[in-house]
Write a new protein. Sequence first.
Length: 385
Amino acid sequence: MERMEAMQSFEQIFGEKAEDLFTAAGRINVIGEHVDYCGGKVFPAALNLRCNVYAKKRGGNKIRMAFRGIDGIVEIETDKLDSYRNLKIGNYQAGVAYYLQEEGVEIVGCDLFYDCTVPFGSGLSSSAAIEVATAVTFCEYAGVAYDKVHLALISQKAENGYAGVNCGIMDQFASAMGKKDHAVLLDCSTLEYEYVPLQLGEYCLVVANCNKPHNLVESKYNVRRQEVETALKTIQTVLDVKCLAEVSPKQFTEVKYLLSGVVGKRAEHVVMECDRVHKAVEALKQGDIVELGRLLNESHYSLRDLYEVTGKELDTLSALARKESDCLGSRMIGAGFGGCTISIVKKTAVEGFIRRVGKAYQDVIGYKASFYETSIEDGITVEKL
Ligand code: GLA
């Protein structure tokens, strides 16, 4: 939705003009999947697909929210923030307000129009984008100074404690801290981070959504978390480690016998994926895009065979990409069970790639995949309108 259109919608709905635009980004993850909650390093980047919040401060105790494409207004009151956990739309916002208020931030009444261009359920973190953009909005209107990393943590808290998804920190961190044309190498156990230029030479990343209908991702995700926690507890009986990411591949081969089938597979994925992150970042820094592509493929196979979070749609989409001679690697990103893949494709070949992979995918799966035009952008933006 163009900005003018969004501003017109705001005025029609709320009867006054929007005054501010706060945005936060959706994200891709180059590599490091399902390791953030194991203390591993991840390598995400913020996208041009974003949650845009058109806003006007009003004062009082009412937050009125409207959403592009959805009729009606959702209203929450700042003195009842504990009571909106079951809202279908608006619960992320209420959760963010709830935890900010708990910290002493005064939540001020306002009108908000959400234009979220991150497709929902796509594995590109629309929820993190909504949370982070909302957190910025409330802090700006409270007139408090805020630290972006802290906003990411508050947003994660809202998703864990309020929306009930036991996610790690990767998405909210990328959404808040992303930097134009860079990926963020984030150590999820210390929150230390480094920006690495995402320069792929004559190649680029193509983001494709398998469009599998979204179902039960949250509960399956929470099960994976329990499985790796079980693995960690067992490994801790013989190794002095704080998290699975600290276990080296060599150590893992020595302790693997302690773990039962499924739990062993999950832990093996985490250990090997952490190792791949280091290798991938090195490859990227050296300009070795072929090696980066190979590691992306390995990541996908591991998510398919060991972590078991892919499914026919993501496997088909990434396999079709890999068959293309101008594609160096492809993998699912995010929680999995549906959502998106990223593929490294020669810039000059993107059009044909999309056409052929799109057609073959539809032939096999029976419905279309979507391909997005993406660029890597800053995380949070704040603008007066
Ligand atoms: C989801 C979660 C993240 C991360 C990824 C998998 O996107 O929100 O915290 O665990 O899945 O890497």
